[in-house]
Design a protein around this ligand. Structure first.
Ligand code: GLC
Length: 550
């Protein structure tokens, strides 16, 4: 690819040496902006239509220029790809489709040379059914010690032909699959993702070794997949109502958010702290309340947990304020900063969520929500493409869909491919610079020519330039973002409007569909839509967010 650079080339392009340019900051994660790269859809270096590690490396300058602090890479490990790589067959190998270990090593070094930290995914709740442990367990037969690393059980009913309990998979259907020898095994996700038994000492030992492997390679931390699921209630009790488990549910369940998971996270914290760093752990955890979620970020546990309540909050000023207040209160009670996130590879992109069928309105709200998020104290996660204002692609043909839940639920669920469309970088036609061939593993909409990085660069009205300006200001003004800069104070505001101040800074959010006049809180420095102010009053546009210097 013409834009591909070597690590040295990257470093000289940025004016930095090949040495790490990552600043030695003790609490770097407390207000870090972390960009999620869904590797398969970011950039393809070899023309097979699938994004890869060399592709990511070649596009690091985009991330450095955007102004993020770190990159989180979704799983690129050896995997049959039954669930986009969240089914790992070898935790220490790179899947050939994404490159090899040398590519991973080069990528980490190149990122560090640009001052970007690198977080990788770890998937400890389940392995792939092609993992050597699971193959061994299947071959060894019922009651064999190799089966004890997973949850194998005899069935219920006549001839054991019914599952051992009533749990349902997050991806639809029973959470149990029967093997030819009659035993059943547990999989909270797809049948190709058998759940590990974390009571087995070898499981903990193996994952400690896997973490060390990647820490030794130089990664700055881990995003821990299903961090709330590794421990199941003793005896695997029935739920009693046959309801399907959802990953984002808030009801207590016997397989999520069990107290025992915290022991694992404590041991991982000790391991992370034994490395120079700090190296961090971020939990993908769903808990019934903000208080339960905060338990994952107690001082001796993980550094961060995704705040999915913020992501799930509707476009409603009062609801947003409640989520913000409760999130800040819950995490500050344990001395941790809050995280904020609007989109990821598992949910409908927020342009489309907020728009509810109205594209321009969705984009206006998404831009405003981004400024709101980046003004809040704590760490913010961006999902690739949100800086371009990408919408969800909702009209993918069934035959190209890969989400395993799509087929397990007969198309009622499993629509996550719509947020995983390969990124548009440049040009007027697919694949929009995604790779050197015309291929992309999911089709891109033909109309994305105006959404590419190249098309938006230099256009002051573009979403990309809005994100760039926001991240630059966030670095310059500590009152933005830093949880240590001082309190967030809510100021009186009309219904549908949020107004809060931070040291030297104010933020207004107008969620109403009409403009609104207010006394001007200060000097406007950035807005998601043009504001009119005479210095004394301001006319806030509908669905907009504005940053003010006091
Ligand atoms: C997490 C991942 C999701 C995956 C699931 C099972 O929720 O984000 O993509 O399907 O775990 O590993």
């Amino acid at each position: 690819m013409t834009h591909e650079l070597t690590a040295a080339g990257l470093a000289s392009a940025s004016g930095k040496t090949t040495e790490s340019a990552v600043e030695d900051t003790v609490g770097w994660w407390r207000d870090a902006v972390i960009y999620q790269v869904y590797v398969r859809s970011f950039a393809d270096s070899d023309g097979d239509g699938i994004g890869d590690l060399r592709g990511v490396r070649s596009r690091l300058p985009h991330l450095a220029r955007l102004g993020v602090d770190a990159v989180w890479l979704t799983p690129f490990y050896a995997s049959p790809q039954a669930d986009g790589g969240y089914d790992v067959a070898d935790y220490r190998a790179v899947d050939p489709v994404f490159g090899d270990l040398a590519d991973a090593d080069d990528l980490v070094r190149a990122a560090h040379a640009l001052g970007l930290r690198v977080i990788v995914d770890v998937v400890p709740n389940h392995t792939s059914d092609r993992h050597p442990w699971f193959r061994e367990a299947l071959a060894a037969g019922p009651a064999s010690p190799s089966r004890a690393r997973y949850h194998f059980r005899p069935g219920r009913g006549a001839d054991g032909c019914e599952p051992p309990n009533d749990w349902e998979s997050v991806f639809g259907g029973p959470a149990w699959t029967r093997t030819p020898d009659g035993d059943w095994y547990l999989h909270l996700f797809a049948p190709q993702q058998p759940d590990l038994n974390w009571e087995h000492p070898e499981v903990a030992e193996e994952f400690a070794s896997v973490l060390r492997f990647w820490l030794d390679l130089g990664v700055d931390g881990f995003r821990i997949d299903v961090a709330h699921g590794m421990v199941k209630a003793p005896g695997l009790p029935d739920i009693g109502r046959g309801a399907q488990a959802t990953l984002i549910g808030t009801e207590p369940l016997p397989f999520f958010d069990q107290d025992g998971v915290h022991e694992i996270h404590r041991s991982w914290r000790l391991l992370l702290d034994s490395y120079e760093g700090p190296r961090i752990g971020v939990a993908e955890a769903w808990a019934p309340t903000s208080e339960r979620l905060a338990l994952y970020v107690r001082p001796d546990e993980l550094h961060q947990a995704f705040n999915f309540r913020f992501l799930n909050c509707p476009w409603d000023a009062a609801a947003m304020r409640t989520v913000i207040e409760e999130s800040l209160a819950a995490t500050s009670a344990v001395g941790a900063p809050t995280t904020w996130v609007l989109s990821n590879h598992d949910v409908v992109r927020h342009v489309t969520r907020y728009g509810n069928g109205d594209g321009p309105r969705g984009l206006a709200r998404a831009r405003a929500a981004a400024l709101l998020m980046l003004a809040l104290p704590g760490s913010a996660y961006l999902y690739q493409g949100e800086e371009l204002g990408l919408p969800e692609v909702t009209d993918l043909p069934d035959e190209v869909r890969r989400d395993p839940a799509f087929r397990r639920t007969a198309g009622q669920d499993g629509l996550r491919d719509g947020c995983r469309i390969p990124l548009p970088w440049s040009g007027l036609e697919p694949p929009f610079g995604f790779g050197p061939s015309g291929r992309s593993w999911l089709p891109q909409p033909r109309g994305w020519g105006s959404l590419t990085v190249a098309a938006q660069t230099g256009n002051p009205h573009s979403t990309l330039e809005l994100y760039r300006a926001a991240l630059e200001l966030r670095r310059a003004l500590p009152g933005l973002g830093s949880p240590d800069a001082g309190p967030l104070a809510w100021q009186p505001a009309p219904e549908g409007v949020l107004l809060f101040t931070r040291p030297g800074f104010a933020c207004t959010l107008n969620t109403r569909t009409e403009p609104l006049e207010l006394p001007s809180p200060g000097r406007p420095v950035l807005s998601s839509a043009p504001v009119e102010t005479d210095g004394r009053t301001v006319r806030l546009p509908p669905d907009s967010c504005t940053w003010w210097v006091l």
